[in-house]
Design a binder for this molecule. Sequence first.
Ligand SMILES: Nc1nc2c(ncn2[C@@H]2O[C@H](COP(=O)(O)OP(=O)(O)OP(=O)(O)O)[C@@H](O)[C@H]2O)c(=O)[nH]1
Ligand SMILES: O=C([O-])CC(=O)C(=O)O
Ligand SMILES: [Mn+2]
Length: 607
Amino acid sequence: MTAVAIPGVDDAPTTHQRLLSWVREVAELTTPDEVVWVDGSDEEWDRLTEQLVASGTFTRLAKKPNSFWAASDPDDVARVEERTYICSQDPDDAGPTNNWMDPAEMKATLRELFRGSMAGRTMYVIPFCMGPLSADEPMLGVEITDSAYVVTSMRIMTRMGTRALEKFVDAQGNERDFVPALHSVGAPLAPGETDVPWPCNETKYITHFPETREIWSYGSGYGGNALLGKKCYSLRIASTMGRDEGWLAEHMLILKLISPENKVHYVAAAFPSACGKTNLAMLEPTIPGWKVETLGDDIAWMRFGEDGRLYAVNPEAGFFGVAPGTDYHTNPNAMRTIERGNSLFTNVALTDDGDIWWEGMGEPPAHLTSWKKQDWAPGGEELSSHPNSRYCTPMDQCPILAPEWDDPKGVPISAIFFGGRRATTIPLVTESRDWQHGTFMGATLSSETTAAAKGKVGVVRRDPMAMLPFIGYHAGDYFQHWIDTGKRADATKLPKIFYVNWFRRGEDKRFLWPGFGENSRVLKWAIERLEGTAAARETAIGYVPSADDLDLTGLETDRADLEAALAVDVEEWRAEVPMIEEWFDKIGEKLPSSLRAELEVLRQRLA
Ligand SMILES: Nc1nc2c(ncn2[C@@H]2O[C@H](COP(=O)(O)OP(=O)(O)OP(=O)(O)O)[C@@H](O)[C@H]2O)c(=O)[nH]1
Ligand SMILES: O=C([O-])CC(=O)C(=O)O
Ligand SMILES: [Mn+2]
C-alpha cells in the first residue's frame, strides 16, 4: 500500500493495468491536489472553460458561441526546437538534425523537474486516439497534464475521453498499447498561492523516447509543445513507428480535388510551419467548376492499401491554424469554421465587443486589447496579434469537410506536393521525373524560417519534407525510408511528386504569384500531368510548365510576373548546389547514395 492518497487517482474508469500503474506513478511523482479522468463530455467542457474564465486564462467571446480568447505568457508563444530532444539509446539514431540526450540521463533530469511539479494543481488524465476510432488498430495515447487549457485544446484536436478509453481494451479483452505522454507546465502552487493566467516555466524540455514510445514535455503550455497528440506523437513518435512498420508519418495536409467532370483526386502536401498548409487544404478554387474538400491541414499518416496505392489518414480532429493573414479573402472556409464557435483563440487581439481580430482581417477597430493584454490602436509600432497566434477549431465544423474524413481506410493519394517559402530560385511548380527524384526534391526542400518556432525569422534553411523539427530519428535513415517506400511499390501506382513555391518575389519584393485560391491553377496542372493532358518543358530541375500550360482563365496577374515565377534561373540553381552539398554532408554516411547520385545529375544538367 502506498502512503500517498491523492483524490481521484483510484476513480479510474478503466481496468487497463499499465495505464493505472502509470497514472499512479505520475501522481506520486508530481503530487497534484487531485486527479481527474477526462471524459470529453459537454458538461466537462463547460466546467473547465468556466474555471479557465475564473482563473483569467480565458475570456469568453460575446460574438462567437462557446468560444474563448487566451493570451499566453509572452515567452511561451511557439515550439521550442532547441529544447526538443530525441532520446534514443544510440545518439546515431537521433542523427545530425535532432538534439539528443541519453534516455536514462534525460529521465533522471526530468524526474527531478516533475517531482512535485503539479502541487496545488489538478492532474488531468486524457485518453485519446489519433485517427479514426473505428480503425482496426486504433492509435491510442494518454496525455497527463496539469493544464486545463491543454485539456480543452485536446478536446478539439483529438478524439478523446470516454470514447477513446473504450478502445483501450480490444474485443477479446486484451489491453492495447498506448503512448504515454506526460506534460506539466512546471508551475507548482504553494498552499494559498494564487495562480497566474498562463502558468509555465522558463526551463523547457520537449522530449521523446522513440524506443519506448514515450513523451515527456515540461515547462510550456503552447501548441506543439503541450498538445502532445500533435507533433510529439503524430510526427516524432509516429515517424519511428512508420520506419519500423513500413508506413509514413508526414507534416502534410490532405485535400480532395474534384474536377468539373466530377473526377476525384486526393493530394497531400508538405510545407513547413506557417507556409500555407491550412490555406491550401481549404482552398476555394478560382477556376470555374473545380472544387476542393478538406481532409486535414497538418499531418498525414500514409500506408499502402490492398490495391497497392498509398492511402492517407489525418490523425487529428481539429485545426490549430495560424490566425494572422486569415480572412474571408484568403481563407473563407477557415473563417466559416471558426464562425460556428466552439473554438479557442490564443495570442490574437480582443475587440471591445467581445470578438477577435488579427492582422490581415481588414480594417482594425479603433481600440483593441492586444495579445500582450495592452491597449492597442491602429497606427502604432506593435502588432495586435502575435505572428504565431492560433485558432483551435473542430474539423467537423468546416463547411467543405470531405465526407470520408473519418474513414479509417484513408484516401488514395494521387500527388504529393513539397513546398517552401523562398524569395528566389524555386519556380512556382516543378514536376519530378520519378519517385527517387521526388524524394530528392523533398530531401533538399528549403524554406525561410517563420514565427512558428522560436528563433530568427526569414533565414533560409533546409527543411526536408517540411519535417526538419519532426523527424523522430536519423534524417539519413528517414530519406532511405522514403526511397525504400518507392521501391516497395508498383511505380505506376505511386503518387507523383511536385515541388511548389507560392512565395517567390520580384525585385521590388512583392510576391510574383497571387497564391491562395489561385493555387488551384497549379493543382489543376498537376492533375492534368497525371492524366497526360498538360504540357511542360523539361528543365535541369524537372518538368516546369510554361505560362500557357497553366489554365489562366480570369487570372489578372501580370504576364511578366508569371513568367518570372515559373523561370528556372540556372545561375540561381548553380548557387543552390553547394548549399545542397553542405546539407548532404551534414547528413553524413547515412545519406542514401541514390540522393547523392541525384545531386550529381542536377549538377551535370546545370553545367
Ligand atoms: N503569399 C502567400 N501567402 C500564403 C499562401 N498561403 C498561405 N499564405 C500565408 O502563409 C501563412 C501561413 O499559412 P498557413 O496555411 O496557416 O500555414 P501552415 O503550413 O498551415 O502552418 P502551420 O499550422 O504552422 O503548420 C499565413 O500568413 C498565410 O496567409 C499563398 O498561397 N501565398
Ligand atoms: O505545432 C505547432 O505549435 C503548430 C504547428 O502546426 C506547427 O508549428 O507546424
Ligand atoms: Mn504544422
